[in-house]
Design a protein around this ligand. Structure first.
Ligand code: PA5
Length: 446
C-alpha cells in the first residue's frame, strides 16, 4: 500500500513554516463536510469512484484483438484523454516501443510535424487506432481522427472501420454518431466521469491491456486505496490529510506552488498527469495551486537551488520507490580515487534512495515544507493506487476551496474563439471578435 509521510510539513520539524497539529485539528469541520459530500456522492461527477468495480471483459477482448491483428497502436486524444494512457505506458512498460509489439504512439497535440513523423514510422496496413474523446467534439482529436480516417480508407477501403476503436460517451457526441453509422468498435466513458478523472475507465484501461498490463490489477489497487481513504477520521485518512495540508499551506503560509517529484524516470508522465488533474480542477474563481511536474534526481541538478533558497512559495511532494525491481551494482574500479571509490560496491537503487532522502532532509533543514508518498514497487497495483489517490485528493481539495473540481469553464473561451476562426457554424460572432481584436491590437513588436 502507498504511504504518506508528512512530518516535514509540521512545525515540530520545520519551525514557523510548518503547520501545527492544533491548526489541522481546527480544520476538522471543513474536512468532515467534504467527507460527507464524497460519502453521499453529492456530485454526480464522483462517478469516477464507480469505475473501480467495472467489468473489464470487453476491454480485454478488444485489446486481445488489437494485439493479435496489428503491429502498431495509435492513440488520438488530448488532455485527460491522452495523459493517463501515457502515464500508464511510461510507468508500466518503459521503452516499450524498443522491445515490444504492438508499438504505441500517442498523438495529442496538433503539431503537423509530429503526425508526419508518426506516419513515416508506422505501417497503416498493420495499425489499430484508438480515438479517445469523451465529448467527441474536441477540435484537436477531431482533426487527427479525420486525417487518419481518410488515410485508412484510402489504404484499407471498406475494412478501415474495423481498425478503429472509439472511446467516447455511450450515447452522445459526433464520435458516438460515427460509431453507430460506421459500425466501429467502441468503449464507453461514463457520462459523469470528467476527462481528467477517466484514466481508470476504458480511456486508460484499453491502452494498459494492449501493452500487456492487467487492468484488473490497476482497479484492485484503486479499490484498496479507496477503502483506506474512506476513513472519516482525518488523522487516519491519507487523502484528506494530503488535501488539508496543501490547502492550509496555501491559505495560511502562502505556498501556492506544488512540485511533484517522483524519483523514477518512468513516473515523469504520471507527474504530468497529476499536474493536469490538479491545475484544471482547482484553478478557478481566483484560487488554485500551481503544480510543477518534475523528476528526481534529474531536477536536483536543475530546480533544487530554487526550491532551497528561492521564494518561500512551494511545497515539494516526493514520490519514493522502495524497490525498483531491477538493480545494478557500481563496480569496484578506480580504487585509488577518493572522489569515485566511495561509490564502489553500492547499487544504483541505494544511490537514488540516498539522494531522495537527503533532499527531503536538506529541504526540511532549510525550513521548506515537503512530504513523501512511498510506493513499495512500480507495478499496476500501486499505479492504480496513485491514480485513484490523486483523484480523490483533487476532488476533496476542490471541496475545501469551494470550487467545482470537475468543470473547466476557463478553457471554453479559447475553444470558442478557435471554432470561430476555423469557420464552425454558430461561431460567426466569435470569428468577428478575433478579427476586431486583430485590428485593434496594440502591437509592440521588434
Ligand atoms: O479533463 C478534461 O475534461 C479535459 O482535459 C479533457 O479531457 C480534454 O479537453 C479532452 O476532452 P475530450 O475527451 O472530450 O476530447
Amino acid at each position: 500500500m502507498i504511504e504518506l509521510n508528512f512530518s516535514n510539513m509540521m512545525e515540530e520539524v520545520i519551525g514557523k513554516n510548518g503547520l501545527s497539529e492544533r491548526r489541522i485539528e481546527g480544520f476538522r469541520g471543513r474536512v468532515e463536510d467534504a467527507h460527507e459530500q464524497i460519502k453521499d456522492r453529492r456530485w454526480p461527477e464522483l462517478a469516477f469512484i464507480d469505475l473501480l468495480s467495472q467489468d473489464t471483459s470487453e476491454i480485454k477482448n478488444i485489446a486481445r484483438h488489437i494485439r493479435e491483428e496489428t503491429e502498431d497502436f495509435l492513440i488520438l486524444g488530448i488532455g485527460g484523454s491522452a495523459l493517463g494512457p501515457r502515464a500508464i505506458l511510461d510507468a508500466l512498460s518503459p521503452f516499450h516501443n524498443l522491445q515490444k509489439k504492438p508499438r504505441v504512439f500517442i498523438y495529442e497535440n496538433v503539431d503537423p510535424r509530429t503526425l508526419k513523423q508518426i506516419l513515416s514510422l508506422i505501417d497503416l496496413k498493420k495499425t489499430s487506432i484508438n480515438v479517445i474523446s469523451k465529448s467527441g467534439s474536441t477540435a484537436e482529436t477531431a482533426a487527427s481522427f479525420m486525417i487518419l480516417w481518410d488515410e485508412m480508407k484510402k489504404i484499407l477501403g471498406n475494412d478501415a472501420p474495423k481498425r478503429f476503436i472509439a472511446t467516447t460517451d455511450p450515447e452522445k457526441g459526433n464520435l458516438r454518431k460515427i460509431v453507430n453509422e460506421e459500425g466501429l468498435k467502441s468503449l464507453p466513458v461514463p457520462p459523469n466521469v470528467a476527462g481528467r478523472y477517466s484514466v481508470l475507465s476504458p480511456v486508460g484501461l484499453l491502452p494498459a491491456e494492449v501493452i500487456g498490463i492487467d487492468s484488473n490489477e490497476l482497479l484492485r489497487g484503486a479499490r484498496d486505496i479507496h477503502e483506506k481513504c474512506s476513513e472519516p477520521e482525518l488523522w487516519k485518512n491519507p487523502a484528506y490529510l494530503f488535501g488539508t495540508l496543501l490547502y492550509l499551506m496555501d491559505t495560511e503560509k502562502k505556498r501556492k506552488i506544488n512540485v511533484m517529484i517522483p524519483y523514477a524516470d518512468s513516473l515523469k508522465s504520471l507527474s504530468e498527469w497529476f499536474c493536469q488533474l490538479w491545475a484544471e480542477s482547482l484553478g478557478k474563481l481566483g484560487v488554485g495551486l500551481t503544480p510543477y511536474p518534475s523528476v528526481g534526481t534529474t531536477d536536483q541538478h536543475s530546480q533544487l537551488q530554487l526550491w532551497m533558497e528561492g521564494p518561500q512559495d512551494k511545497v515539494v511532494i516526493f514520490i519514493r520507490v522502495d524497490d525498483y525491481g531491477d538493480d545494478i551494482k557500481i563496480p569496484r574500479i578506480f580504487k585509488d580515487m577518493e572522489g569515485l571509490n566511495y561509490l564502489s560496491g553500492h547499487t544504483l537503487s541505494e544511490l537514488i534512495a540516498a539522494e531522495e532522502e537527503s533532499t527531503e532532509l536538506a529541504l526540511a533543514r532549510a525550513e521548506r515544507p515537503n512530504m513523501t508518498i512511498t510506493m513499495p514497487v512500480i507495478n499496476a497495483y500501486h499505479i492504480g493506487q496513485l491514480f485513484h489517490f490523486f483523484e480523490l485528493v483533487t476532488a476533496l481539495t476542490g471541496f475545501l476551496y469551494r470550487v467545482n473540481p470537475f468543470n473547466q469553464p476557463g478553457v471554453e473561451e479559447g475553444k470558442n474563439l478557435t471554432y470561430g476562426m476555423m469557420g464552425k457554424k454558430g461561431y460567426e460572432a466569435k470569428r468577428k471578435e478575433v478579427e476586431e481584436a486583430r485590428e485593434k491590437k496594440i502591437c509592440w513588436r521588434i
